[in-house]
Ligand binder design. Structure first.
Ligand code: SF4
Ligand code: SF4
Length: 59
């Protein structure tokens, strides 16, 4: 199963939140956070993250 997670380098732009079709992304003091139970693995957040802070992973 393909999932995505936010690693180092988030600049709090919130672009990923705007493009996520299932609202799996919230912001906290460290930056964006993806709820893997909600994420459907579409990859839109990764494509739209200018900071390349989002990584694809297979779980
Ligand atoms: S798009 Fe990237 S830099 Fe912007 S809030 Fe999301 S993870 Fe952070
Ligand atoms: S991969 Fe798609 S569903 Fe998952 S957090 Fe990113 S935009 Fe949302």
């Amino acid at each position: 199963m393909i999932k995505y997670s936010v690693e180092a380098g988030c600049c709090f732009c919130q672009e990923c939140q705007y493009v996520c079709p299932v609202h799996a992304i919230t912001m906290d003091s460290k930056g964006a956070h993806i709820d893997e139970d909600i994420c459907i693995g579409c990859g839109k957040c990764e494509k739209n993250c200018a900071s390349e802070a989002i990584v694809r992973k297979e779980i």
